[in-house]
Design a protein around this ligand. Structure first.
Ligand SMILES: C=C(O[C@@H]1C=C(C(=O)O)C=C[C@H]1O)C(=O)O
Length: 361
């Protein structure tokens, strides 16, 4: 028989460890408070949140971790720890596309941890407004979905907004059918946000081809509406089912198994280089042959990888376009800085939307 330690003995050790962890956590919190005081003494204004420093802390935890806890779990603990330390000064206020229970709110908590105050607003443009007007420190908006592509509202708003991108976060999006109907046959109408409907198009065509489909302002609003009428259902995330106490009729009905939405964090602050960054920018070229080719050549010349390109109407002349691009690296990295100088010489308009750490969690 293998010898095992008595339960009581193991529990005594756990109690001791917990007491030590608690002391260490509070020691860490005191240091974070001291950092805040130093920042004030050095004349730093506004928020003490530093996306670059937080990314470095999390990446270091991943490197140090030797298990048995998985890296991801260890990083999530430290994500919460930093969130709580920062909130000792003053909790961050973060605007998102509401109401409560949307994927955007999930993205806020994944990126900032749970010690933040979330401010739900009614539209993507209102998230920008809230940050621009100083009603909150940051905003989180969806920018692209792996099934449905780019979120036009978000890109277009950047053309006129002075805000910067200071972070990114990805959420694996599961869609679910929820409502008070006894079975699928009892449903006459389905509510959801247009993005979610598009992500479940095949499932709907196969399972509910005759049902009326109505696009509404958010998935949480869809859940709220479905909670009022037994013959209707909503497509939304499980958080919305919980908020509106709706039974879940079918889970994971998204057409693509790895359906993921990328969100960006918008604010007034620049993020310093961390060694693993992305830079987002928008530019326009003239209509001459080879104009886009020459613009992109700036990146190729300096060996800069391009992660994404999207064209959108410029909203100035007919059939004139702007190009939104994400590249590897930070605008202060020497190679990137040189590529951007060359790009500037080759385009009509160039606007840097921000350099920020690549998503860690
Ligand atoms: C403590 C700092 O300020 C904040 C809190 C952090 C933390 O708890 O580790 C990290 C970055 C900032 O958001 C810092 O800048 O080092």
């Amino acid at each position: 028989m293998s010898s095992v330690r008595p339960l009581a003995e193991i529990r005594t050790e756990i109690d001791q460890i917990d007491a030590e962890i608690l002391q260490l956590i509070n020691r860490r919190a005191l240091c974070a408070e001291e950092v805040a005081k130093t920042k004030i003494a050095e004349g730093e204004q506004g928020t003490f949140y530093r996306p670059d420093r937080e990314a470095l802390v999390l990446r270091r935890i991943k490197e140090l971790n030797q298990g048995p806890l998985p890296d991801h779990t260890a990083m999530r603990f430290f994500r919460e720890l930093m969130s709580a330390c920062l909130a000792l000064e003053k909790p961050l206020e973060v605007a998102f596309l509401g109401p409560e229970g949307t994927f955007s709110q999930q993205a806020v908590f994944k990126h900032f941890g749970s010690s933040v105050n979330t401010l739900p607003v009614a539209a993507i443009g209102d998230v920008f407004n809230a940050v621009e007007l100083g009603k909150c420190h940051f905003g989180v908006v969806p920018v692209e979905n792996s099934t449905e592509g780019v979120i036009n509202h978000t890109l277009d708003r950047f053309l006129t907004s002075p805000l910067k991108i200071c972070g990114e976060v990805e959420i694996r999006v599961h869609q679910n059918l929820m409502g008070h109907a006894e079975s699928l046959a009892g449903i006459t109408e389905i509510f959801s946000h247009q993005q979610s409907l598009a992500q479940c198009r095949k499932w709907l065509d196969t399972h509910l081809p005759q049902v009326k489909i109505t696009a509404v302002s958010s998935n949480a609003e869809a859940a709220r509406m479905a909670s009022l009428n037994k013959q209707t259902a909503a497509i939304a995330g499980l958080a919305a089912a919980e908020v509106y106490q709706l039974p879940v009729l079918e889970t994971n009905i998204e057409d693509q198994a790895n359906n993921t939405t990328r969100f960006i964090v918008i604010g007034k602050q620049d993020s310093s280089p961390t060694g693993k960054d992305k830079t987002s920018l928008v530019f326009s070229t003239g209509n001459q042959p080879g104009a886009l080719y020459r613009a992109l050549e700036s990146f190729a010349k300096f060996g800069i990888g391009m992660v994404n390109i999207e064209s959108r109407p410029s909203r100035q002349g007919l059939w004139e376009y702007v190009f939104f691009i994400d590249i590897d690296g930070h605008s202060e990295d020497p190679q990137v800085a040189e590529a951007l100088d060359l790009l500037k010489a080759n385009v009509n308009m160039l606007k840097l939307l921000g350099s920020y750490p690549k998503a860690v969690l």
